[in-house]
Design a protein around this ligand. Structure first.
Ligand SMILES: [Zn+2]
Length: 851
């Protein structure tokens, strides 16, 4: 029983047999506004050729009621031909026409064709999300990226709707009773997973980009209740800046005619690169004040999806083995574009402070895997699609650019686009283009970086002479015993001296590091600086260690470093040492409290306090935790009151203070901020901040359901409902946890509501009410993905573990479970990760106890 899985071998066999000439897809969405709408009509006409007449193959279709199948004019019985999410096709001819008429199912998990009713005004919104294999939930497909074809969509829908797809939106023709049909022009050849349909009462705004290759119509869409929050001028500006950058750098005209960006509700990810029809989560249109890091991230999402128009949509991977390349490239390119073409010119510092951290974390979990994963089937793709794919992949491409040089790298890319346009390619094709343009042999490099897992540690080793100069100097490289590869690194080394109250760079060298020990002759005879910073400029992807003197310099005042990038490298090194139990959590908290007020990087300001909350709750010595929590809470209060009025620091410290609040003073402050009796000059207590305050008062048991209901009355929006659900489950009662867990495990709970609840349910200080959920979590692990769908199930398993139960007993219980269970691989993965995180926390706690 293949089920919904599809193997690489099956896909290769099918691609060897077939060429797809065209898809014509009729969707009947006219019933979508009915209260009980659960299905829609879907008729697919697939024209394809076959290299071996008489052979057989199959088409894909999931969760459908099939009414009629005809192959080359002959009717097939759906009862026998359609089974197990596949339609068996036998006796193929040289040219074939397959017609499948079916009813497909609306999704509430964000996979397939998602249907959403806005509680603000009862309007209906649909959007598709197809990557990796979900186009087959909406029409009949050959669901694999290398069977590209032109797609013709014909969509019937309520006449007053907006309907958007990959091709430009045509004038609709009226049908009966307030409905109409949109007949789209055929698309360029593309893969099924980047086709798209977005339909509903969306609001639209239009503009045009005039570029070096001609003009590109631009559309921005959102639901009606968010119109006032769509900052279209800013979005258009960023879009135009990005087009100008990519058209110049890639030296290839934008291939898909028009470019629409649609902000859609209950979206699982950041965005999706549907060709010319990009969907993005509509939380990116904020209704409340957000810090600069929010806008910096949103910009990186916009540039990421645009980079995919070339890398992914124009030239597409053959199979999901190269999904990493697709995502790693778009990640790398999005920061490149952001730093060079938009106002976020320090985007690489933000990358170091935020995104790159998620790569380091993922690479030290037992679930780590080579960047280039061996994706034998769709199940393997699900397991291997993570922050190794995005963040580590982008970091390693950044290292590759340092290794070959930017100009040769770009020259290789340009050739790759020209050679493989509207077709499929593999990593080997890209590597060949880069080897040619750079003149460097890259197969060995690719082997050590892409086909092995794990992150190296780089540490300085030196002797000093009697004048305080380096008598010898080397960079020592080590690896985790489970992932023992040592790699070649292009590495910057910065030497910083104390001068006029600051830390000033005296010398910078860039070297190639290779093997266990690399002697750095340039530094012999050089006076030891106050701070020796390995990975200055952040080219390398590696864990960095500071020598004793440098660590003391950093603790004595990290903010004395003038530039944000070396600060990010120093923050990263000390945080990594804290996670590894080489620096006490208490010292980390003090480092943050003393320096975060002066941090200027937007991501540093928001990300570092979030890490610190984790250190306080999980990495601190339990015996000293109450005191450290007090120090953290009062330190944040001081930072909040000292922050510049209206600054990002002020907003971030207010949010962090709400999260850390537990004393009577803090409870009074939170209440006061809500009712206006405690005002902080320049701090607007807007709706999102109100929910942060309400949720934390609920967490503390100060607020009850009645208070949450009252806030929901003030904010009767979909966001309000999601926040209210999160506030309810935060309450420290067994009833709240029980009701919350039941809702989380209920397939009917919408995906975004479920996600908010999962992130909110297990709170510091709630050990007693959380205790039963270790077993409940393990029980859920057996079925969550089957029951809730891949995405929702994964969110529950990744974030729903009650990690506040960190103890040797919990670790032992997880070990026992892992040794003996039949749960799906995806579930085992998350339990293994939870186990590793708890073990890490216990090590850090021991270190903190010695502080
Ligand atoms: Zn992407």
């Amino acid at each position: 029983m293949p089920g919904t899985n599809l193997t690489r071998d099956e896909a290769a066999t099918r691609a060897a047999l077939l060429d797809v000439t065209s898809y014509t897809i009729d969707l009947d969405l006219t019933g979508a506004t009915a209260t009980d709408a659960s299905t829609f009509g879907s008729t697919t006409t697939l024209e394809f050729t076959c290299r071996e007449p008489g052979a057989e193959t199959f088409a894909d279709l999931v969760d459908a009621t099939v009414h009629e199948i005809t192959l080359n004019g002959e009717s097939l019985d759906p009862a026998t031909a359609y089974a197990d999410s596949r339609i068996t096709l036998t006796g193929l001819q040289e040219t074939n026409t397959l017609v499948v008429r079916a009813d497909c199912t609306y999704s509430h998990t964000g996979e397939g064709l998602h249907r959403f009713v806005d509680p603000a005004d009862d309007r209906v919104y649909l959007y598709s999300q197809f990557e990796v294999p979900d186009a087959r939930r909406v029409f009949t497909t050959f669901e694999q990226p290398d069977l590209k074809a032109p797609f013709t969509f014909r969509v019937s829908a309520p006449a007053h709707w907006a309907v958007v797809s990959n091709s430009p939106t045509p004038e609709p023709r009226p049908l009966a009773e307030g409905t109409a049909v949109w007949q789209f022009e055929p698309t360029k050849p593309m893969s099924t997973y980047i086709t798209a349909i977005v339909a509903g009462e969306y609001h639209a705004e239009h503009d045009v980009y005039e570029g070096k290759h001609g003009s590109i119509p631009l559309g921005h869409y959102c639901r009606q209740s968010l119109v006032e929050h769509m900052d279209t001028d800013e979005l258009v500006k960023l879009t135009k800046q990005s087009f100008a950058f990519f058209e110049e750098k890639f030296d290839y005209p934008y291939p898909f005619g028009k470019y629409d960006q649609l902000y859609v509700p209950e979206y699982n990810m950041g965005a999706m690169e549907n060709a010319g029809c990009v969907t993005l989560r509509d939380e990116y249109l904020p209704r409340s004040r957000q810090p600069r890091s929010f806008y910096e991230f949103r910009t990186s999402v916009i540039t990421h999806e645009m980079a995919h128009m070339w890398f992914g949509d124009l030239v597409t991977m053959k199979w999901w083995d190269d999904l990493w390349l697709n995502e790693s490239f778009a990640e790398w390119a999005c920061y490149w574009c952001e730093a060079e073409a938009t106002e976020f010119d320090d985007a690489w510092t933000g990358f170091a402070n935020a995104r790159k951290q998620t790569g380091y974390r993922a690479d030290q979990l037992p679930s780590t895997h080579p960047i280039a994963a061996d994706n034998v089937d769709l199940h393997a793709v699900e397991v291997n699609f993570d922050m190794i794919t995005y963040a580590k992949g982008a970091s390693v491409l950044k290292q590759l650019v340092a290794w070959v040089g930017l100009d040769p790298f770009v020259a290789g890319l340009r050739q790759y686009f020209k050679d493989h346009a509207f077709s499929n390619a593999t990593f080997a094709d890209l590597l060949a283009a880069l080897e040619k343009s750079s003149g460097r042999e890259l197969k060995g490099w690719a082997q050590e970086w892409l086909q092995t897992a794990g992150v190296n540690t780089l540490a300085p080793r030196f002797e000093l002479d009697d004048q305080g100069r380096y008598a010898s100097f080397s960079v020592e490289q080590s690896a985790h015993p489970d992932w023992p590869t040592l790699r070649r690194h292009r590495l910057g080394i910065g030497l910083y001296d104390e001068r006029d109250g600051g830390l000033v760079r005296r010398q910078y060298v860039e070297v190639d590091v290779e093997g266990a020990s690399t002697a750095i002759e340039e530094l012999v005879g050089v006076e030891q600086p106050a701070l020796l910073l390995l990975n200055d400029e952040d080219h390398a992807y590696a864990k960095i260690r500071l020598d004793e003197r440098s660590l003391q310099t950093v603790i004595g005042g990290l903010s004395r470093l003038e530039d944000s990038l070396p600060r990010a490298v120093a923050w990263t090194a000390t945080w990594d040492m804290t996670r590894d139990g080489e620096m006490a959590a208490t010292d980390w908290v003090r480092l943050v409290l003393a320096n975060i007020g002066q941090e200027t990087d937007a991501w540093g300001v928001t990300r570092i306090p979030a890490s610190t909350a984790l250190a306080v709750e999980l990495y601190s010595d339990p015996a000293g935790r109450a005191a450290l929590k007090g120090e953290w809470e009062s330190g944040l209060r001081e930072l909040l009151l000292a922050a510049e009025a209206g600054s990002d620091h002020q907003l971030t410290f207010a949010r962090s203070y709400a999260l850390a609040a537990h004393s009577d003073q803090a409870v009074a402050d939170l209440r006061g901020l809500l009712d206006g009796s405690f005002a902080v000059e320049g701090l607007a207590v807007d709706q999102d901040l109100r929910w942060a305050l309400v949720t934390n008062l609920a967490r503390l048991g100060v607020f009850t359901d009645a208070d949450i209901d009252a806030e929901l009355d003030r904010d009767p929006t979909s966001a309000g409902r999601e926040k209210a659900a999160a506030a309810r489950v935060a309450q420290p009662t067994a009833e709240a946890k029980e009701a919350g867990w039941a809702a989380i495990m209920d397939p009917a709970t919408p995906n975004e509501t479920s996600r908010e609840m999962v992130l909110s349910i297990f709170r510091p200080g709630q050990v007693e009410v959380a205790a039963p959920y270790l077993e409940k979590y393990l029980e859920a692990a057996e079925t969550a993905i089957d029951r809730l769908g891949f995405h929702k199930g994964s969110v529950v398993l990744e974030h729903g573990f009650p990690r506040l139960l960190a103890s040797p007993e919990t670790v032992a219980r997880l070990d026992a479970w892992l040794a003996d269970n039949t749960a799906p691989k995806g579930a085992q993965r998350y339990v293994g990760e939870a186990r590793a995180e708890l073990a890490r926390a216990l090590t850090a706690q021991e270190r903190d106890a010695r502080a």
